[in-house]
Design a protein around this ligand. Structure first.
Ligand SMILES: Nc1ncnc2c1ncn2[C@@H]1O[C@H](COP(=O)(O)OP(=O)(O)OP(=O)(O)O)[C@@H](O)[C@H]1O
Ligand SMILES: [Mg+2]
Length: 499
């Protein structure tokens, strides 16, 4: 035990030393009581023995100074005094024990009591420090949770906040009224849940829009014994969940449309077959009759009409074919895909929309094949082409140009470029166009999922997509697709093999 003694009395020093069995206990003597207080800033003893018999010993001041010292909580104070009045004053000032006798047995007893008390205090302080560490670790965790956690007392005042308001510290909220930080339309909901939580002791929950975001709020009663002394409010941002729900709804809708389209296409395909056969037959017979010089006005007219009808039916056949490509629910195994054929299907699907806004230029250097799923690649090309169409003003094909090109690169990968002369993309927006739900289009026109889906499909297939744009001049989207795998080969041939 580290013992400090404040006295000028050599007899006391000797008596204490004898009882302690110095020097093992490291008794340190201070002639002036005030020196104890000063030394405390550098070192902390376990026990301080104050000689309060001496006139102007300053023991009272030292006792009060040790008690308020930040490190003084484990220090035990023992005072030697000779009057009951002084003893009472010393005990009131925070001295733990007093003795009036210098006799070794009396001093020994007091020291034993003081030692036990020090051990208890040190253990308590350790537990308190551990508790403080755990509480501060917990506070750090809570501060980094995505949820807002606020504890509120029965008077609706904030007792704890995990995070501050905009630009502020959490402590700044403490003491204020909780409702002052809620949007006016939130207050009734909060008050109802707050009152119910206090009255019933049960967790309450509600949903609310605040600061432009949807929130789920839980109001958890805080108990002290059997009494509810307040609530902890946990507010979670629901935006991400709402987005995911919207996406699932959209995906469901697309899947349902796909099934419907596949069913329709199948039903139309059969009658379409014999309609085409019969029309072709009739047109041929008209042609033959005309050739045999059975020319009459009506025959020539019928021949012409059949020809245009056949054109129309051929267009229906193409659309039905494309619908079947798009709606194939099961993508089936990966395989070699004719990139140009898929591109043409995508162009056909959007043919009407393209014709209202742009000239279409196709430039197929060769006919590359790629490794993938026909339906999924078609989805990529339609999304990109639709963006190109939507970037151009409506009003006629002379207003813009959309160029679709396909070629193979040196590594055998198919490179497809879809470029438009539309409005382009502002540089500050370019970094966000692949984010889900990022759109610059009016609601109902775009959901901001097109490019995100493209990127995901290509990532799964092992392809890439890149967008370059010049505002006011146009946009160029480049899609690189993995090369067709030949049996036995594990990867594309190294660069240079074919270069
Ligand atoms: N060819 C393009 N020209 C100009 N802007 C484009 C072009 N392609 C994409 N963008 C920009 O990128 C954004 C995101 O495109 P994305 O296809 O992901 O969503 P969207 O077209 O807005 O909606 P969705 O495709 O879901 O109907 C668009 O809103 C637009 O601002
Ligand atoms: Mg789009």
């Amino acid at each position: 035990m580290k013992v400090w003694l404040a006295t000028t009395d050599g007899a006391l020093e000797a008596a204490l030393g004898a009882v302690l069995g110095a020097p093992a206990h490291g008794l340190r003597t201070f002639g002036e009581a005030a020196a104890v207080g000063a030394a405390l800033d550098r070192e902390v003893p376990d026990l301080v023995v104050l000689d309060a018999r001496e006139p102007q010993s300053g023991s009272l001041e030292v006792a009060s100074r040790v008690r308020v010292h930040p490190l003084g909580s484990t220090v035990v104070l023992l005072a030697l005094c000779d009057s009951p009045g002084t003893a009472a004053a010393l005990l009131a000032e925070g001295v733990d024990d007093v003795t009036t006798s210098l006799a070794p047995s009396a001093l020994g007893d007091r020291l034993l009591v003081c030692e036990r008390r020090h051990v208890e205090r040190a253990a308590l302080a350790e537990r308190r420090d551990a508790g403080r560490d755990a509480a501060s670790a917990l506070r750090d965790v809570v501060a980094h949770l995505p949820d807002y956690i606020v504890t509120i007392d029965r008077a609706e005042r904030i007792v704890f906040a995990s995070r501050g308001g905009p630009g502020g510290e959490p402590e700044e909220l403490v003491g204020g009224l909780a409702v002052d930080h809620l949007a006016p339309e939130q207050r009734d909901k909060f008050r109802t849940a707050f009152a119910a939580a206090l009255a019933t002791g049960q967790v309450q929950s509600y949903e609310a829009d605040s600061h432009g975001l949807p929130w789920a709020v839980r109001v958890v009663p805080v108990h002290h014994g059997s009494e509810v002394v307040g609530v902890t409010l946990i507010a979670s941002d629901l935006s991400e969940r709402r987005r995911m729900e919207a996406q699932v709804r959209r995906t469901d809708r697309i899947a349902a449309l796909g099934t419907l389209a596949a069913g329709l296409a199948h039903e139309i395909n059969n009658p379409l077959g014999y309609v085409m056969l019969n029309l072709t037959y009739l047109q041929r017979r008209c042609g033959e009759a005309l050739a045999l010089d059975h020319e009459t006005a009506w025959l020539r007219d019928a021949h012409g009409r059949l020809e245009s009808t056949l054109e129309g039916v051929e267009r229906i056949r193409r659309i039905v074919h494309d619908l079947r490509v798009f709606s194939r629910g099961d993508d089936g195994p990966l395989g070699a895909v004719d990139v140009v054929a898929v591109l043409d299907s995508a162009v056909n699907v959007l043919d009407g929309a393209i014709r209202h806004r742009a000239r279409l230029v196709r430039s197929y250097a060769d006919a590359p094949f790629a490794w993938g799923h026909q339906a999924r690649l078609a989805q990529v090309f339609v999304n990109v082409l639709l963006n190109a169409v939507q970037a151009l003003p409506e009003g006629g094909p002379e207003l813009g140009e959309i160029t679709v090109s396909a070629e193979a690169d040196a590594r055998g990968r198919a490179v497809v470029t879809i470029a438009d002369t539309g409005e382009g993309i502002a540089p500050e927006v370019l970094g966000r166009i692949f984010d889900p739900f990022f759109t610059t289009k009016a609601s109902g026109v775009g959901t901001g999922l097109g490019l995100w889906i493209c990127e995901r499909i290509l990532a799964e297939l092992g392809g890439e997509i890149a967008v370059a744009s010049e505002p006011g001049r146009g946009t160029r989207v480049t899609v690189v697709l993995p090369a067709v795998r030949t049996p036995g080969a594990t990867s594309a041939p190294p660069e240079g093999d074919r270069a």
